[in-house]
Design a protein around this ligand. Structure first.
Ligand SMILES: Cc1cc2nc3c(=O)[nH]c(=O)nc-3n(C[C@H](O)[C@H](O)[C@H](O)COP(=O)(O)O)c2cc1C
Length: 319
């Protein structure tokens, strides 16, 4: 049976999203937290640690993700997470952002094989918790992946989540299925597929190629269409009423954090970047939502979208 996970997405799939999501779309879904990036061994940014506090994650199957290239910092963070009760952590070796890669972290670490090896030696020797890895298939070219896989195979990697793009692809262009095939053939760790699953047909295409695949991670597709996993599991399509109720819970969730209008609206606009794809004539409404400055204006823009537009027949994210 196929298992599904929600991808870590900074600014999107954090606690408010997860809570709203499980309330409205209860699925057997595992979540990976947006990355926690320890910057010193003595403290962790409170925003990042707040996101993984158990009180806000009741009933949620959550694996915290860490972005680091310092074994000491990584292990210190693992210890903190273990104290909170977590039983697995995930290492980010995929982030393509320039500020991250320039410092040799995320997918930038894939270019520094010697340093990466020393880091992996230390964290796998020292971690009290199993470590899964979320990786791209290279920095410049997918030909790098064979060596990267060989390196991962030296460690007890709990699970290998592969987003088959190289750093230079960012999130664009076709996913590189030959590289993913290599992971399926050679990885000693169980493999999870991640990338461009936006509808049932997308999943079918991947499972036809890889019939033994049993774990898929979805990101943008799920942020756009919160009923995606239900649909992928053979269930009903999203309805507008469900989306409206879920949207209200998201909004309330941010207000409950005590935030001001501005950060709330800016977060909601991020969600609409994806969710507006579910409607046929979305550009006009997205613009309106984008222009709103306060909650009243925001609500008016969203209400007009819900009032004037029906969901597409096959509502799905379109990059
Ligand atoms: C806005 C945004 C934020 C992201 N943040 C993270 C992150 O914190 N950690 C991570 O491993 N990947 C992050 N990703 C990558 C996603 O987890 C995922 O690998 C990518 O979106 C491809 O999957 P998809 O095609 O299902 O969206 C992010 C992607 C986007 C678009």
């Amino acid at each position: 049976m196929m298992r599904f996970s929600c991808a870590p997405m900074e600014g999107l799939t954090a606690r408010v999203f997860r809570k709203a999501f499980v309330q409205h779309f209860p699925n057997d879904l595992r979540f990976y937290s947006p990355f926690i990036s320890p910057t010193s061994s003595s403290d962790l940014s409170s925003t990042e640690m707040k996101d993984v506090q158990l009180a806000d994650n009741q009933g949620i199957d959550l694996v915290p993700q860490i972005l680091s290239n310092h074994a000491h910092e990584f292990l210190f963070t693992v210890e903190k997470l273990q104290q909170l009760g977590y039983t697995e952590v995930n290492l980010n070796l995929g982030c393509p952002s320039g500020t991250v890669t320039a410092r040799g972290r995320g997918s930038g670490f894939l270019k520094r094989k010697e340093e990466l090896k020393v880091f992996l030696d230390e964290i796998y020797a020292g971690s009290p918790l199993p470590i899964s890895i979320k990786t791209r298939v290279g920095f410049d070219a997918e030909e790098e992946f064979a060596d990267i896989l060989e390196l991962y195979n030296r460690y007890p990697v709990h699970e290998l989540i592969v987003h088959p793009r190289v750093r230079q692809d960012f999130y664009k262009g076709k996913v590189r299925m030959d590289a993913f095939a290599l992971a399926m053939q050679r990885s000693r760790a169980p493999v999870c597929y991640n990338g461009d699953i936006f509808c049932v047909e997308d999943l079918r295409a991947v499972t036809e190629l890889f019939p033994t695949l049993d774990h898929v991670m979805v990101g943008r597709g799920l942020v756009a269409n919160p009923a995606l996993v239900r649909e992928l599991s053979g269930g009903a399509k999203l309805t507008k009423e469900e989306l409206m109720a879920y949207h209200e819970t998201l909004l309330t969730g941010f207000r409950d954090l005590g935030w001001n209008d501005r950060p709330i609206i800016s977060h909601m606009k991020e969600f609409w970047h994806y969710m507006s794809c579910l409607f046929p004539d979305h550009a006009k409404y997205r613009k309106r939502i984008g222009k709103s400055q306060d909650l009243t204006g925001y609500r008016m823009a969203v209400e007009s979208l819900f009032r004037e537009q029906e969901l597409l027949e096959h509502p799905a994210y379109r990059p």
